[in-house]
Design a binder for this molecule. Structure first.
Ligand code: FE2
Length: 131
């Protein structure tokens, strides 16, 4: 049996279209509201078709001391589905999750994205919080 962690893939987002790219500053002050996002396909577009799509993105924060915290999740539900057939629909959701966060300690932002055909992909970004 495989641990889930061994099944999560990562790579350079500039060469691999599945890797979520974390948008957040390198540093911020404790208590400030910070714009944070995770986007799949910033350098290389990932397909968004009825057959092949990013289903969801989650964003986590791992403080230097303490367990990982789930900051939020976005599910992407429109991929051209239609009664007329696959890819005949009129709506698509782009795989981007954005929110605002407030941190009181330094740590690492972690993003996790799920492709319906190619599994789980992650990335990480260190953020330094000052008093
Ligand atoms: Fe994929």
């Amino acid at each position: 049996m495989s641990d889930l962690g061994t099944l999560i893939k990562t790579a350079d987002f500039k060469a691999e279209k599945h890797v979520p790219v974390i948008g957040a500053p390198d540093q911020a002050k404790a208590g400030d509201w910070i714009d944070a996002s995770a986007t799949v396909g910033t350098e290389i577009r990932h397909p968004n078709t009825t057959e092949h799509f990013i289903a969801w993105i989650e964003l986590y924060f791992k403080p230097e001391n303490g367990p990982v915290i789930n900051l939020g999740r976005a599910e992407f539900s429109a991929h051209g589905e239609s009664a007329a057939g696959a890819n005949q629909g009129v709506a698509y959701t782009d795989p981007r999750f954005a929110t605002r966060i407030q941190l009181k300690s330094s740590g690492t932002l972690q993003a996790l994205a799920y492709c319906n055909l190619h599994g789980l992909w992650q990335s990480a970004k260190v953020i330094t919080i000052s008093a």
